[in-house]
Write a protein of this length. Structure first.
Length: 139
């Protein structure tokens, strides 16, 4: 069994962003040379997420609205976590909702998705460099 590891990095420009990282992950699969196996992608930050869904702008807007209703950013004073120097409690909660990681099958050297599935990096406390771990195992 072979193993491959790579860290992807992103410089986000907004506090909250959704970035389609599917091409980056497929490139990792190609680099790995693994034809049959599994890919694990996980956010390496506690206020961001990796998840699978449709790459459709209306849905992305719906995520933004829905997450903001569930865990509003402001007022910052509503969260005990923000009593110190932090102002990102909402980002921690949004990450809990959206999840830390995804696992995707690799078949014949490609990501084995259902219709419309894409991998996204969700940023909930951005404007700085962030990382995603890609770990691939297989033959």
């Amino acid at each position: 069994m072979k193993s491959y590891r790579k860290e992807l990095s992103f410089n986000t420009t907004k506090r909250r962003e959704l970035i389609n990282i599917t091409p980056d992950i497929q490139k990792c699969v190609s680099e790995s040379g693994i034809k049959e196996g599994l890919v694990l992608c996980n956010s390496m930050h506690i206020t961001s997420s990796v998840f699978i869904n449709d790459d459709e702008s209306g849905l992305h807007n719906d995520f933004e609205v829905w997450l903001e209703e569930l865990a509003p950013e402001k007022p910052h004073s509503r969260y005990r976590h923000n009593d110190g120097p932090e102002d990102n409690a909402d980002g921690h909660l949004k990450r809990s909702i959206m999840g830390r990681e995804v696992v995707v099958a690799v078949t014949k050297g490609s990501l084995d998705f259902g219709p419309w599935e894409q991998i996204f990096y969700g940023e909930f406390d951005g404007k700085r460099r962030k990382r995603v771990l890609v770990k691939i195992i297989g033959e």
